[in-house]
Structures are given as C-alpha cells and as structure tokens.
Design a protein around this ligand. Structure first.
Ligand SMILES: Nc1nc2c(ncn2[C@@H]2O[C@H](COP(=O)(O)OP(=O)(O)OP(=O)(O)O)[C@@H](O)[C@H]2O)c(=O)[nH]1
Ligand SMILES: [Mg+2]
Length: 443
C-alpha cells in the first residue's frame, strides 16, 4: 500500500445512509482550502459554525463545519470536518467537488489513523485498539478494545522495554569502560534483573490467549451423532431457523456458523454434520468438515441422545475444562440414568435449556475472563513478545555461560527491538500494512 502523504485526503467517516447527519473528514496540507472550494468562511479552530456549502453558485447543503489546526487534530495534520445531512446525494455532491481539486483524493482504508501514527499522535497498539473498538460487537469486546486505546498494552510493553533498555545500558557500559571502574559482578546482578523481566513477560504471555479469544470470538463446535438435535439446539440458541431440522439422520452437511452474544462475551457456534459411517460422499465431506472445525475450535458442545450416548462419550472423550456435554431427547427416555457430568435436556419439551445457556456462559467466561484483564489481543503482539522473550533468555544464558558481553548486548538489543514492535516504537513502516489491512475507509 504506497500512499502519498502530500495529498489531502477526504472520506465519509460515518456509517450507513440515510442518516440525520454524516461526517465528511478532510485531512492534509490543503485541508483548510476546503472552505474556499466550498464557498464558506473557514471557522476559528475548534469552534463549530454553520455554513452553506456551495459548488460555485450551486448550493449543496447547510452544514456544521469545524477546523482543527495541525498538530492538534486526530491525524496531526490540518483537518476540516463537514457535518452534512446524511443523504447519499448530499454526500456525493460534496465529495465530488472536493475530489476533483488538485492534490485532493479519497482516503484509503485506515489512512487517517495511519497518518496519526506516522505523525506521532498515537502508537500502533492504540491504532489497533481503535479499529477493534469500531468492530466490537459485545460489551466485553468494547471494554477490552477501549483498554487498548487507553494504553493498557502500550504501557506494559513500554515498561518492559524500558527495563530491557536499562539492563542493556549496563552491559554496554561494561563493554565501553575499563574493567576496573565497574564491578565485576555487575553482569551477575544484571542477570537477576533480566530473570525477573523474563518471568514478568512469561506471566503476561501465560493468559490462555484470553484477549485474542475475546477479540475474535470463542469458537464452539456443536458435534455429536446424527439426529441428536444439534440443528434444533443451534436454532434455539440463535433464536433463528438457521439450520434445516428433519427426522432424517444426515440432514446437516455444511458447517453453519452463528455469532452469539452471551452476556457480553462473543461466541461463534457451529452446527455440524452428525458423525457416522456413511456411503454418501457428500455427507462424508460434511463429516470431515465437522471434525476439522471441531479440532480447531476452542470448545465443543457434545450433543448426545439416549440410544447412542455411551458409544459417543467413548468416541469423543470430552474434556471437562473445554467441553460441554448435553444429553437431548430425555422426553423419549424418562428413565434414562442422569449423570452429573452432563446436562439432560429436551428441546422438544423445552426442558433444561437454561442449563445449557449457563454452561456455555461458564465456558465462555472461563476462556475470556482472568484475574487481570488481558492486554495481548492479537497474534502479532504475542509473536513480538515471544521473540523478545527468546532473545532475553539467550542473553541470560550467555551471562550464565560467561560469554563475551558483546553477545549479551546483541541479544538484549534484539529483545528491545521486538518489544518496540508491539506498539510501533521501531519498524513502524514495516508494520503499517499488517496493522491497517482491515481498517475501514474514513477511519
Ligand atoms: N422427541 C424429541 N425429538 C427431538 C428433540 N430435539 C429434536 N428432536 C427431533 O429430532 C430430529 C432431528 O433433529 P435435528 O435438530 O435435525 O438433529 P441433528 O442432530 O441436527 O441431525 P443431523 O443434522 O441429521 O445430524 C427432528 O425431527 C427434531 O424435531 C427432543 O428433545 N425430543
Ligand atoms: Mg442437523
């Protein structure tokens, strides 16, 4: 994505139309000339004023306009905001006038935020947090992404990075100054500090991937024998007739995913094909897909029915930490022995269904809530932290083995660089495409 930052960019920053108002945002060196182009007087900075927007003599709309003089703006550049009426034709008319001016163009996805990062208005982790906040679909996701906007990850990674830099400085001093001025055991003491830092980062990484799961949604596969009522359960959970239900075993073939909001926790639940030996190649493909999805899932909702319960329990070997076992159709077998490790229900008679919801919520909160809120929300963060941890461990090993201090220093420099990548203190240019790949236009 190569972009010219000399250009002045513009985009509709608000969502779906029609709406009472819509925001067109303009950022860049020539943003203030928007006033001339649209025939209104540029307001004093940060003071809202009402203006009629014109294309020559043709009146386009009456708008509230704002001017933010850089660097005191979202992007750090001059920014003009036009709060127009939220009709498609109004917006098209205004954008058309602006985009035919020399040096003006429509923004690429995420370009406003990218400029903000490049102009030092925010770091990369905060920019990611803003994107997550826009995409948050549940309350817990909102809380987590706002914490990232608020600097939760940047602070912790920044603190680790400062400590690593301090330790590295001691080693550099040991290398640069004559030995007699610096006590011999300084490397040993530094090894202890490094040990503490390593253990702090290890603790941070040992979070069960809670932050990533909350950001992406917990994946739960509904799996079990054919005809057990898997599709009936998924329809009940999603309150929609998403899957076809029939008394014929082998009805569901494709994996059908549904997003649920369980008390603020995002869950992606998948209806799958019933597991059995089949001669039908399409059904077999469905069973293969069911098994693959379940293998990658965070949890399984194993749905059994009385006549095949024992076989499938043996075959699917539930893990109490990850899986929820539910026995359906108890209306057909009222004398069937109830076991405490499974929830007995009847979808037909709506018996025990609340317990399924409770069980799912318990699994969801167990996978997404910890004593401390998670700060690592993406694989990108985890990889950078792991890589810094590896470099620190190599540094510590080198101290232990009494190797040349230059080797220790080199490993510590690598650790510091990796930590800086978490929030973009280093390598920012290389990280931009990764971070801004899924932003929306106008942000
Ligand atoms: N008696 C009884 N029948 C049920 C119950 N739950 C579902 N059924 C019926 O069982 C049959 C199968 O239900 P589905 O939801 O299609 O089952 P499935 O597990 O998705 O089946 P496949 O997609 O073929 O693997 C349907 O006729 C349902 O109406 C229940 O609690 N009791
Ligand atoms: Mg089904």
């Amino acid at each position: 994505m190569s972009q010219n930052f000399e250009d002045t960019i513009l985009a509709l920053s608000t969502g779906s139309l029609r709406a009472a108002t819509a925001l067109i945002r303009i950022s860049g060196n020539s943003a203030s000339s928007t006033a001339n182009i649209l025939g209104f007087k540029l307001p004093k900075q940060r003071i809202a004023s009402v203006a009629v927007l014109k294309d020559g003599v043709r009146k386009l709309d009456e708008a509230v306009v704002l001017f933010f003089k850089g660097p005191r703006s979202y992007t750090g550049e001059d920014v003009v905001e036009l709060h127009v009426h939220g009709g498609r034709t109004v917006i098209e008319a205004v954008i058309n006038v602006l985009q035919r001016q020399d040096g003006f163009r429509v923004a690429e996805p995420g370009e406003f935020t990218k400029r903000a990062v490049l102009n030092g208005k925010m770091d990369l982790a905060k920019a990611e947090g803003i994107n997550d906040l826009i995409h948050a679909e549940t309350e817990a996701q909102r809380v987590q992404s706002f914490a990232q906007v608020d600097g939760a990850l940047s602070e912790i990674a920044g603190d680790w990075r400062e400590k690593a830099i301090k330790i590295a400085a001691h080693v550099e001093a040991y290398i640069d100054f004559p030995e007699e001025e610096i006590p011999e055991n300084i490397l040993i003491g530094m090894g202890d500090e490094l040990g503490q830092l390593i253990s702090d980062i290890e603790k941070g990484l040992d979070d069960g991937r809670r932050g990533e799961i909350l950001r992406e949604g917990l994946r739960i596969a509904v799996i079990g024998p054919p005809n057990a009522g898997k599709s009936s359960l998924v329809n009940w959970l999603s309150k929609r007739p998403i899957s076809i239900i029939s008394e014929q075993p082998g009805t569901t073939r494709d994996v059908l995913e549904v997003s649920l909001d369980l008390d603020g926790y995002p869950v992606i639940i998948a209806d799958t094909a019933g597991l059995r030996e089949s001669t039908d190649s399409i059904e077999n493909e469905g069973i293969k897909r069911a098994q693959e999805w379940a293998k990658k899932a965070n949890s399984r909702l194993i749905l059994l029915e009385p006549s095949t319960e024992a076989d499938f329990l043996e075959r699917l070997k539930p893990n109490p930490e990850d899986d929820l076992v539910v026995l359906n159709k108890i209306d057909l077998a009222p004398t069937h022995l109830k076991k405490k490790e499974m929830i007995s229900i009847s979808l037909k008679d709506e018996i025990g269904l609340d317990k399924v919801l409770e069980g799912l919520k318990k699994i969801a909160s167990g996978k997404m809530v910890g004593q401390e809120p998670a700060v690592i929300t993406r694989t990108r963060h985890r990889e950078a932290l792991r890589s810094s941890l590896n470099s620190m461990k190599s540094a510590k090993e080198a101290v232990f083995l009494g190797e040349e201090p230059e080797i220790v220093a080199e490993e510590l420099r690598a650790a510091t660089r990796s930590l800086g990548r978490v929030f973009g203190a280093v390598d920012v240019e290389n990280l931009l495409d990764i971070v801004f790949g899924d932003f929306c236009i106008g942000k």
